[in-house]
Design a protein around this ligand. Sequence first.
Ligand code: ADP
Ligand code: MG
Length: 713
Amino acid sequence: MPAPRTRQQNVTAAQWAANGGLGATDLTESIDYYGENVFSPAVQKERLSKDTFKRLTQAVANGEGLDVDLANEVANAMLEWALEKGATHYTHWFQPLTGATAEKHDAFFDPQPDGTAITEFKGKDLIQAEPDASSFPSGGLRATFEARGYTAWDPTSPAFILENPNGALLCIPTAFVSWTGEALDQKIPLLRSMDALSKAAVKAVGLLGIEAEHVYASVGPEQEYFLIDEQYFYERADLVNTGRTLFGAKPPKGQQLDDHYFGSIPERILAFMMHSERELQRLGIPIKTRHNEVAPNQFELAPIYEGSNVGADHQQLTMQILQNTARDYGLVCLLHEKPFAGVNGSGKHNNWSISTSKANLLDPGETPHENLTFLFFCAATLKAVDRHAALLRATVANAGQDHRLGANEAPPAIISVFLGSELTKAFEFIASGIGEGKTPKETLDLGTALLPVLPKHGGDRNRTSPFAFTGNKFEFRALGSSQSISLTNTVLNTIVAQAIDEMSAKLEPMLEAGTSLNEAVLTVVKDAYVEHRRIVFDGDGYSDEWSAEAEKRGLLNLRTTPEALPWLTNPQTVELFEAYNVLSERELEAREEILFEQYVIKLNIEGETTAQIARTQILPAAVRHLAELKAAGHEALISETTELLQELFFAIEKLESANEIHEDDTIVREADYMRDVVVPAMAAVREVGDRLEKIVADDLWPLPKYWEMLFIK
Ligand code: ADP
Ligand code: MG
């Protein structure tokens, strides 16, 4: 008999200072640390010659490549700076199609014939590298015989230093591309989409009488996460292998009390937050807010918004730093979309807007003219989301998300847009008003009268809407907590670019024909709104009435990942993405295939882990429990346990055989098989396992329980 599981661990976990790292870094020391680990424009200015700095800034602004001389000078300055920061290695840091980040480290030294070594980092090392990247998934973009892929420096996202207790690493954000020029990463399409959006929007604002050289897409992602004591994490094969609990009976106390949301933050957690925020800020990541979330032990942080590309890089780093720092406090940060059944899962809100260097184009503003601009871009966003709702849904699909979307805790799987009553009224007026032959003057007056009363900041607390207008930005709330935000923003930028172009194409001839700007814009806005108003919904997205109503409106309800993913290669997607040079058909196919693959692999790991825990941990615990009951001779309890044991055994066998068979002729069929056969078989095993948890002697139960993981901090 193994030693019985005692609750001693809980006491250790609760005394967190013992295993936490508080005191390792004195955070109370007030120093100017923001951005200290970033090779920022300020550092560049300080360390490069005036001329070099100017040439670099220009090249970056114009999206041009760097010549060898310039690259050498920048590399030199970067090397010097990195060495001072204690770096010994550099890496081309990139985002392969797995959605994670990848690094391959190279030392700065170069051995010499005399047996010594010199420190070196050349311009060519900065600009390009050829990692042996044959093992990254390419979704068929790259056969093994042509496995070469290049990483290429993205100077628009600044280099930074990642620290480790034993040294430091210079990280150079890069794009990852096959030798045939196809994007093997998340960054390239994102950059292309930013260009597409800028081009379309610059033209549109020009028609609206605003001068701008560039239009930028901005993103402010709010990240939700759980923290649990690392003790429990490492005691559970399911958390270690899959990131979520595959077993666990409902605890007596869950989130019913609603006492966690915005509650005061426990000391240990706050210490962790302060430390991780400090690390993020040292990397120039503008983390601004933190709070408790709805579920016990669930938290959220959010940065000040940045451009799509830098924002996406910073989001990846945020996830990494949260996970690393947690360990210093004896905690593990769970980024899975659904770590605990019956408890809210974690998402990521993608706040998105577009602006010129002077103004946010989605800000309703104070004057009629600003209103016109706002109405134009707001209507373009509605048009884009309505037409490509299924594609947006596809960008947030993964195995973890299948537990959340539509489960009355996250937005429904049906994509709709929340405008709020004031704004909806304004659009409805424009839709009907003009049709009734109002003069442009009157319309303008009403447009002015209606819009300034818009609640500027987040009057909206309709948490059930997946895509909500929140004052001066749209908030796409359906992303999963573990996901990269790159693909979603790539899609958003591209679909809105298309909508803007279509509206400009109607606006331009009207203006040329002498129609007033007011009348022309309101006509174009009206047409877009009338055509796409079915996407607008301000009510309760969790209600059954909405599902029925949405179906009537022809809005899709793509409940699971295998239903959503094919929209990545739907003909209308391919046509759009090829037209805007954001992703070719092959590049889209590759992404779809990899996402399908990941879905299947993840569920397969979950299926096997469930079977293993059930057979090697839960079944033996139940058998021991039964033996004790038999020794005690209590017939009623013996028969209760015997029955459950039999049920468990039966369910395990069913799952084991489901795990063995694979409908693997195509990845799509395999995904359906996982969803329709393996997932229900796992659920059946869990269901019996959770019932056993409630009757088996506590000291025999092999897994930390929900109440321990969720309430001990
Ligand atoms: P809420 O709880 O209302 O969603 P938060 O303060 O948690 O508000 O998050 C708001 C997020 O929206 C922040 O990350 C913020 O930077 C971001 N945001 C604000 N303005 C913009 C904008 N113009 N473009 C993109 N994101 C924005
Ligand atoms: Mg939000």
